[in-house]
Design a protein around this ligand. Sequence first.
Ligand code: PLP
Length: 240
Amino acid sequence: MSELKPGLCSRFTEIKNKLKEAEKSVDRKEGSVELLPVSKTFGIEAIIEGVKCGMTSFGENYVQEGCSKIDLCRNLFPNNSLTWHLIGPLQSNKTRLVAERFDWVQTIDRVKIAQRLSDQRPAEMRPLNVLIEVNISNQESKSGVAPEQVRALADELLKMPNLKLRGLMCIPEPGETPEEKLIPLRAMKTLFDRLKEEGYEFDTLSMGMSGDMAEAVQAGSTMVRVGTAIFGPRQYTTQG
Ligand SMILES: *Cc1c(COP(=O)(O)O)cnc(C)c1O
């Protein structure tokens, strides 16, 4: 588990202000970009404190870690509806845990995983919101589908009754300069807009992290996923 340093609420406020500034600087409406705090590797006390600071959604990377936080929060905040996003890779043997708990899965890149999630989503829960992960930087070792494969996967997802396809996400290769960072982010925005023109009803383009938040807002992101800048540096000890 990572150690939470004091000052979570002020870092959260600072990032919210930075996001507002970024929106303003490119003439985007205030609040048009959602801020998703990424709490991976931090313990339940970080979530509890985050909720006190006004956080209402969390991004988690590891299935078991995320599920145990969700289960604890159901008891801790019975009247508080938090929204949970899985933003890390998902293996087929863990789909049931996710289908029974999460609100969003942002890393869909295979029909098989999506089909399992749809089949395993409990009937009394709302459809699971999903994003297709796009390998926009064409990185060999990375997950995500190639841009030209997005339509075929989207068409399959639209047939699944318990999933709601909301758009696209990406984790581009980290760029050094603002210009370098903007290249994959702009390519994503172009793809997103083209698919919408073709009739796909997308409302979410999830891109931008601590290191490229402003560039992502500039390029047209609708959701930035921010970990380090809010929760602080991570120690990677958890898995699963
Ligand atoms: C960890 C993670 C983030 C947050 O990254 P930071 O650089 O800490 O802001 C965002 N998205 C994904 C998919 C992640 O795995």
